[in-house]
Design a binder for this molecule. Sequence first.
Ligand code: HEM
Length: 203
Amino acid sequence: MSHDLLSRLKHETAACHTRLENALDMMRGDLQRDEYIALLERFYGYVAPWENAISAVMPASLKTFFDARRKAHWLASDLDALTGERRPTGSVPHADALYDLPQLNNIGAIFGSMYVMEGSTLGGRFIAPHVAQMLSLEPGQGNAYFEGYGARTGSMWNAFRETAAASVPESLYDDAVRAAIATFETMQAWLCPELQDSPEASA
Ligand code: HEM
């Protein structure tokens, strides 16, 4: 089927993905360690409250499925590895204090939002080795978030797609797409606030 949930999510968020990918510009050849640390702190500030928000609304039958996909702990251990200090997580700003996270009021919206986080592991396959090379990191010492599921990335992605397709009724596909777009947009607003009001941001 050409209009199934996952292909709608992919196609209807493609422009958001390109915009975020360009704004983050992680594949550049002059990535600096302090910029990378600042970006990981920003990611933590979005991902940690997002995980709490999803966890609060996830049906009990999908708790194990979701818990196996949590990523904030990788960001925390990367920050530990790079800064040599175990920061109180309270010192990292949290997105929900300043920006609204997407509305997660039904199972379509929950999976639409989760699509964005799970899909990001695919880009991680390119970002993790690039960052390791740029900053001379040992594998997993500072790039665990982008390494993500590592060799299991493909199977975790396929399992996510199957569970999403089985869990979301067609009547909620529009809500799933809306939530995915809102997730990309709130995430970009949080990660790249300096781009928000410039004319280039909407170009
Ligand atoms: C510089 C940063 C990024 C790069 C270079 C990048 C690159 C990529 C690449 C190459 C793929 C396709 C992989 C494949 O099909 O095997 C992909 C997929 C995806 N990425 Fe990114 N990405 C980046 C950032 C992000 C971020 C921050 C998010 C969201 C948090 C994200 C969400 C997604 C999603 C949802 C998909 C799946 C698309 C689909 O097939 O349905 N990406 N990315």
